[in-house]
Ligand binder design. Structure first.
Ligand code: ADP
Ligand code: MG
Length: 279
């Protein structure tokens, strides 16, 4: 459930300060040659909420997402997670700080079994240390914990029966579920999802939405990049809109979608993203 006071007195404007931000970005600029892909003055993600990052194609969403998760480095500016600086922190260390992102199943990961993928996710846990790896009794205990945790998650994501199969045989939707389950192996505080619905068939869409809402109900914070407005409207507590590298609007979904600047940004793009209420 969303804390009803989470966005009380928070103005519907880009860059607005939140009551209890878990993630903060400041003056973040990323250029590719002469192109400024991202130029965000200030952005805060409120803890324990689901925030959507939307915007037309080429707006800079993926680039900003990569900067926030330390998979790319900005030329200017930086961010903090739980008040700790993210600048120059390696991606796996960001995961240990409590922020994890999903990953598409690459060829290599598809060649591994579902369980092997889950074990990989556990390597980012804060408790993973060399000591555990070198002291056999600790190692055995840890192995058992990881197996139990993986089984629980696979059960929850309806993948338990597939645990010994190669990840490559999973359907597109099941892969998305595995990506999410694997990310949860690190027991994160914040989960970052880049287009979680891409390639998922309608039959699995509802269950994916429910899983994302469940993450929030368990106390996690979610930031997701998404093109599907229907999904954005269904599960977001707060929506941030990017266009041409800048953050142009923030607020609840119905408010931002009525915003003329947001409508202009989408109109300028030659595709048919539907911002209207009926679908
Ligand atoms: P979005 O995810 O919103 O569609 P992106 O962040 O992928 O947008 O891209 C923003 C802009 O930056 C686009 O103009 C894109 O062509 C450019 N861009 C993204 N990544 C690179 C890169 N690695 N090299 C050069 N240009 C890039
Ligand atoms: Mg993108």
């Amino acid at each position: 459930m969303l804390d009803p006071t989470a966005f009380v007195d928070v103005a519907h404007e880009s860059g607005v300060a939140k009551r209890d931000p878990i993630l903060v970005a400041n003056g973040v600029v990323r250029r590719f040659g002469g192109l400024t892909a991202v130029d965000v003055n200030h952005f805060e993600v409120q803890r324990h909420t689901i925030t959507a990052l939307i915007g037309p194609n080429g707006a800079g969403k993926s680039t900003f997402f990569n900067l926030l998760t330390s998979f790319d480095q900005a030329q200017e500016g930086s961010g903090t997670f739980n008040g700790k600086p993210l600048r120059k922190v390696q991606p796996h260390k960001v995961a240990r700080m409590g922020m994890v992102r999903t990953f598409q199943l690459t060829k290599a990961l598809q060649g591994m079994t579902v369980m092997e993928n889950m074990r990989l996710g556990a390597q980012q846990q804060p408790g993973e240390s060399l000591l555990t790896a070198f002291v056999p009794p600790l190692w055995t205990k840890r192995e058992k914990e990881i197996t139990e945790q993986a089984h629980e998650l696979l059960d929850r994501f309806k993948l338990y029966d597939k645990r010994d199969e190669s990840a490559g045989v999973l359907s597109g939707g099941q892969r998305k579920l595995l990506e999410m389950a694997r990310a949860l192996m690190s027991k994160p505080e914040m989960v970052m999802l880049d287009e979680p619905m891409a390639g998922v068939n309608p039959a699995l869409t509802e269950s994916l939405l429910d899983h994302i809402i469940e993450l929030k109900n368990e106390g996690m914070t979610v930031l997701f990049v998404e093109h599907d407005m229907h999904m954005v409207r269904r599960i977001s507590d707060w929506v941030a809109v990017m266009a041409q590298g800048k953050l142009i609007a923030e607020g609840p979904s119905d408010v931002v979608m009525q915003n003329p600047a947001v409508q202009d940004a989408y109109l300028g793009e030659h595709h048919d993203t539907d911002l209207s209420e009926e679908r």
